[in-house]
Design a protein around this ligand. Sequence first.
Ligand code: DON
Length: 602
Amino acid sequence: MSAAEPSSSRVALSGRRLLTFALALALAPVLLAGCESGESMPVTTDAAPRADIPFPEDWRFSADAEPVTAAEGMVSTTDYYATRVGLDVLEAGGTAMDAAIAVSFALAVVNPAAGNIGGGGFMVTRLADGQTSALDYREKAPAAAHRDMYLDEDGELTDRSILGHLASGVPGTVMGMWEAHQRYGTLSWEELVQPAIELAEGFEVRDRLARSLRSSRRSLAIYESTREVFLPDGEPPEVGDTFRQPDLARTLTRIRDQGPDGFYRGETADLIVAEMERGGGIISHQDLADYETAWRDPVTFTYRGYTITSMPPSSSGGATMALMAHILEKHDLAALGWHSDDMIHLMVEAWKRAYADRNQVLADPDYVDIPLEEMLSRDYARIRGADITPDRATPSDDIGPGLEVGESTETTHYSIVDRHGNAVAVTTTINSGYGSKVTVAGAGFLLNNEMDDFAAKPGFPNQFGLVQGEQNAIEPGKRMLSAMTPTVVADPDGELFFVTGTPGGSTIITTTFQTIVNVVDFGMNVSQSVNAPRVHHQHLPDQIYFENSGLRSAVVEALEARGHTLQERGGTSGDVQAIMILPDGTRAAHSDPRLGGTALGH
Ligand code: DON
């Protein structure tokens, strides 16, 4: 391992944004002396697991699980019913984009902790001809929102950004699906919404939903309208019960028949506004009528010859991952050994620097000026990573932002590939599990608590411990910064190779990145890449998190000896849905066993 060492451990570039970048370019040749740009040969991966990847002995998931394989189309989601709906669409001749729309509505019914019509998300697509797009249907702050709305009279943060009516941003999912359909739909809108209506009329509860409802029983009891839906007779439905959501079925019927007007206007809008008035919320008819999605240029970058397409701001996912990847590319991770202390040390040092920048500069690009080009540039990454030393952790306090400007797992990700080779990656959420815990009475759906993704008090941590800056302060109409990272990867020949993404709050970016490193650097098959234990660092707090029993004690000790602080989580991180295209075109998928989803193909 080799790293250029600067004279100071802090690479905090000063001056205004353009000056910063100019300085970065000017310094690059000096700092780069002795470094390679790092386009190492890619590993070819196939269906077989790599036998030489050592998972820790007491790790709970298998290193040789079989992927689900199919010749044509593949759907991987966190829920059996939603996957089935997506596969039905593919089998009926629909495309991956058609299936993605139907799956989104189905998840709103069968996975109410995260699937939604009361939230928002991001869709990254790669068409069979290689064209890519990114759809931002993130929630927006209502017009009456203001910077200090979650502070009490002493300036202290309250819990109102997390719990209750004031926590919700204006939902984007229905408009997002409509826009996706306008651009890509080949089956009718009605056909794609219909399966969700049928599920809302009643479906048999399976273990995953029963467990989720049971574990959130107390928070589902806080608001009467939520209690009535999810705790009928005071208890959550159990495995084998038929779960009926008649109000939601009626709302979905309005959406099927009227398109976005069935949600943003008329009866559904009236019910949302009435709910707001009942609980002191601020979403108005005007906010709903004004909601717009945004088609954005995806973040596209290469990592060891693979082309990665991911979500740009208002998600931080793509840009943060690009910076991590570019910092790490000059290091031969494969030579260090998978989950060796050397490899984890390097990844963590890159992540700290990337998150420091993410937390400081990224935000809604429609509202603030963000140095996206710099964050994506290899020259900046070289400088940003230049003070990484091989044998010593850099304390997070010594990692200032390098750019200047003028555990819950209740988001959900799904991945779809169709017979033509179109690929869709979607991550969608109402933020915390069951969002704000408020169900719109009479409309049967939960509202998000996405406002907590803003820096409600810049410089202070949100519910994921992310310490974010002024850029991401609350403003009316602004989108709160996300970590969601739906991602599509093409191989060095430009062919579709891998579709991936996960929930997990602030860990989304590192988890998605690790699935890519696992296949690109280590040649893991799709199942191994998903089942492998994960680690995480987000700059602040200055801690490496690892999944329960996910690191060998010798590795933990070796990392501690370098000055890292480690924390073992009580449970697991993330819920990846990944599809890999094998060299013969076979679609191989693995739905993360951590939450128990399903991949099905045809
Ligand atoms: O957009 C974001 O980054 C968060 N609202 C995601 C929340 C999440 O993943 C919750 N589950 N762990």
